[in-house]
Design a protein around this ligand. Structure first.
Ligand code: PMP
Length: 431
């Protein structure tokens, strides 16, 4: 048993998702390209599910981390002051736009959302939570419990009581086909109805992804969450924006995905791209909400010096190189290129997204029936042509595109050509 895949299957859980019939082991990476153990190089349009916001082997980040490692002090827990942690918190608090913001660092998005839920439920003295249908918020007890997407909600034994709201996934919504204004009005009516008929009244918070990540880059119309927030404010319900995928300028028009909705949330959670591969996440919240806990708490590794020094370098890089602007420019071209491909191939049911976060939903030609088989073939066909993409969505029929935000225009055209060829091949058409 010397094949890595066999050893992996023997010792790691069955439920750990793996891509490809013949999974890839990445052994080298540079820029936007990764190389596997067989020496094959791929253009990376998923970047570890948006983890590598800057791509690979970025000297500004590696040098900052190496300098920290060279001090000889890797980490001594948050019982002592950590300069980089304070500086990073100051910067994120400022960037958040949340008044009197305070920041708590974690090691993952799951832990960030668990913390946000704990803060909201304690602050409001209620364990009732509103979440979006088809959402994903993590893999621990409360977060898996509120996750709406059944394919990723492994446990029904949630410590919180959750009610689900329409709106995050317009393509498969009962309000599909309406104008944006009518769609938002219908979702607001649903929210009011859920509050009235699906809760006991004392709701702690709503949590939502501005663009649903695991849910297939489903993209609600701008303004939806602003309209929701007005209803929530009437009841004193806190609003949490899960920015784990949509933060750091990824959506192009804004630094945080929620800003397109004209609302400043009470809390935001973040992770993934901030560390460019280093484990870091966190919560930024109104100070009063963050400080509502009275017992002591600690995160042994959250906000450790290596991760926070790296994250500061990532944030500097994002701003100095205007990666948000790049995400906007190239994202606009990515969407239009995919819409051209979509016009040629009836298996493409929907193309959606913002900035460098774009989903392609695959269906049976002529209708809306999900086609996970075509999506799996696209995944394999793109790989065979040297491109890594993501897959996901409620029906596992969405190709997810989220390259590093340092992407170049040439790399984008290369990917579009491969995607066009792969979709043609996967749908059994000649091209
Ligand atoms: N929230 C969202 C929106 C996510 O996409 C993810 C990860 N896919 C998480 C939370 C959980 O983050 P992590 O995997 O770092 O625990």
């Amino acid at each position: 048993m010397d094949r890595l895949i066999d050893r992996h299957r023997a010792v790691l859980p069955n439920w750990l998702a793996l891509y490809y019939a013949d999974p890839i082991e990445i052994v080298h990476a540079s820029g936007r390209r990764v190389t596997d153990a067989n020496g094959t190089t791929y253009l990376d349009f998923f970047a570890g599910i948006l983890t590598n916001a800057l791509g690979y082997d970025v000297p500004e980040v590696s040098d900052a981390v190496r300098k920290q490692l060279d001090t000889g002090i890797l980490h001594t827990s948050t019982l002592y002051l950590i300069r980089a942690q304070v500086e990073l918190a100051e910067e994120i608090a400022r960037l958040s736009g949340i008044p009197d913001a305070k920041v708590f660092f974690t090691n993952s998005g799951t832990e960030a959302n668990e913390t946000a839920l704990m803060l909201a439920t304690q602050y409001r003295r209620s364990n009732q939570v509103l979440a979006m249908r088809n959402s994903y918020h993590g893999r621990a007890f409360a977060t898996v419990g509120i996750t709406g997407n059944r394919g990723w909600s492994a446990s029904a034994l949630s410590p919180v009581r959750v009610s689900y709201v329409h709106g995050g996934y317009p393509y498969r919504s009962p309000f599909r086909g309406m104008s944006d204004a009518d769609y938002i009005a219908a979702c607001v009516e649903d929210l009011r109805d859920v509050l009235q008929t699906g809760t006991s009244g004392d709701v702690a918070c709503m949590i939502a992804e501005p663009i649903q990540g695991v849910g297939g880059f489903a993209t609600p119309p701008d303004g939806l969450f602003g309209a929701f927030a007005e209803v929530l404010a009437e009841h004193g319900i806190l609003f949490i924006s899960d920015e784990v995928q949509t933060g750091w300028g990824r959506t192009g028009t804004h630094f945080w995905g929620i800003q397109a909705h004209g609302v400043v949330p009470d809390m935001m959670t973040f992770a993934k791209g901030l560390g460019n591969g280093l484990a870091i996440g966190g919560v930024v919240a109104r100070g009063e909400v963050m400080d509502c806990l009275t017992a002591n708490s600690i995160s042994t590794f959250g906000g450790n010096p290596v991760a926070t020094v790296g994250a500061r370098a990532v944030l500097d890089y994002v701003r100095e190189h205007d990666l948000q602007g790049n995400a906007h420019t190239l994202g606009t071209r990515l969407l239009s290129g995919l819409r051209d491909i979509s016009a040629r191939h009836p298996v493409v049911g929907d193309v959606r997204g913002k900035g460098l976060m774009v989903g392609v939903e695959l269906v049976e030609p002529g209708g809306m029936t999900p086609s996970p088989a075509v999506a799996t073939r696209v995944l394999e066909e793109t790989r065979a042509r040297g491109l890594l993409v993501g897959k996901g969505g409620l029906h596992n029929n969405v190709i997810r595109l989220a390259p590093p935000m340092t992407l170049t225009a040439e790399e984008l055209e290369e990917a579009l050509t491969i995607l066009g060829d792969s979709i043609a091949a996967a749908s059994g058409e000649d091209h």
